[in-house]
Design a protein around this ligand. Structure first.
Ligand code: HEM
Length: 283
């Protein structure tokens, strides 16, 4: 069952060009939603103005080579391994959701454009990876939804209390959940139920892609740029106008700020980040 292309079976009742047109329209909605989001929040304008401001307070200039190496490290660290997440459970759940979605979306496009009917047999690995992607997304996404996200984990909200901010995760989860149910029911020959599951699958995916403007979908394009810019501000010393990270026991720092021992003793302890002292769950 997991090696059967569910769209090839569907092509008996829905024309291939309609499926392909749907994918193209959804891609256009993602592009349009992202651009509108950028215009509305003025995020691109803010980003460039902020970068210019940072340049003015830079303490050193960052060479082209250094910038390229920071871009590569952003790709291999923040983008490919979700390194921004300090909470390891959240990081693993994000990795599962992210790679699950990429697999699911890429395999859907392959099946619909390259192997849309039974006349062009689909190599079993493609539908297999489609199912694996959907399962990975469901695993990471439901874990996040029921246990990890701040609303339930730190703010004591009930898992079924929905907010507009949940549009992305809920439509993402519903898309893959109904895709899996549809594929299973279609393989089992349960025609009526499989049509229902298919309609819910398409409804959820339409909400996911048409709702880009209103949801967190576009973060997958913005976050890498923000992570790169953050590295640049550290490299050029502008540090978003935050004070330097001093080692208070360093004699040079003590000489610069002679009142440190008066307030913190001769050997000032390194107290670390306050935010990391305990997990936030005081509801
Ligand atoms: C296929 C791509 C991706 C998917 C499906 C995805 C999925 C998600 C989901 C479901 C959330 C939780 C949103 C919520 O609070 O409701 C999230 C948050 C987050 N993602 Fe992604 N993500 C993707 C790509 C990326 C990339 C490329 C980056 C960074 C370089 C990134 C960084 C983050 C960060 C930092 C958060 C937490 C901050 C926040 O909630 O705004 N994601 N992502």
């Amino acid at each position: 069952m997991f090696t059967i292309n569910p769209f090839a079976e569907l092509s008996a009742s829905i024309p291939v060009y309609a499926m392909q047109a749907y994918i193209v329209v959804m891609v256009l909605f993602v592009i349009g939603g992202t651009v509108l989001d950028m215009l509305h929040k003025k995020s691109a304008q803010y980003f460039f103005e902020n970068a210019k401001k940072a340049e003015k307070s830079a303490k050193r200039s960052v060479s082209g080579g250094e910038k390229a190496s920071l871009a590569i490290s952003t790709l291999t660290s923040e983008v490919l391994t979700s390194s921004e997440f300090n909470n390891q459970k959240r990081r693993i759940s994000h990795l599962l959701t992210m790679y699950g979605f990429i697999l699911f979306a890429a395999m859907t496009a392959m099946m619909i454009f390259a192997y849309p009917t039974a006349a062009t047999p689909t190599p079993g690995i493609i539908p297999f990876l489609w199912h694996v992607g959907a399962l990975m997304l469901c695993f990471g996404g439901y874990w996040f939804w029921f246990a990890i996200r701040v609303d339930v984990n730190s703010e004591g909200k009930l898992w079924y209390k929905l907010d507009r901010a949940d549009l992305f995760i809920v439509s993402l989860l519903m898309t893959c959940t109904f895709a899996l149910i549809w594929s299973i029911l279609q393989s089992a020959g349960a025609t009526g139920l499989s049509i229902l599951a298919f309609c819910l699958f398409i409804l959820s995916s339409t909400v996911l892609f048409v709702g880009v403007y209103f949801s967190k979908f576009a973060h997958m394009f913005f976050k890498p740029a923000a992570a790169y810019q953050k590295k640049i501000t550290k490299a050029d010393g502008s540090r978003e106008n935050l004070p330097d990270d001093y080692d208070l026991s360093d004699p040079a720092v003590q000489e610069r700020f002679p009142d440190i021992p008066q307030y913190m003793g001769e050997n000032p302890p390194n107290m670390g980040l306050g935010i990391k002292r305990e997990s936030p769950n005081h509801y």
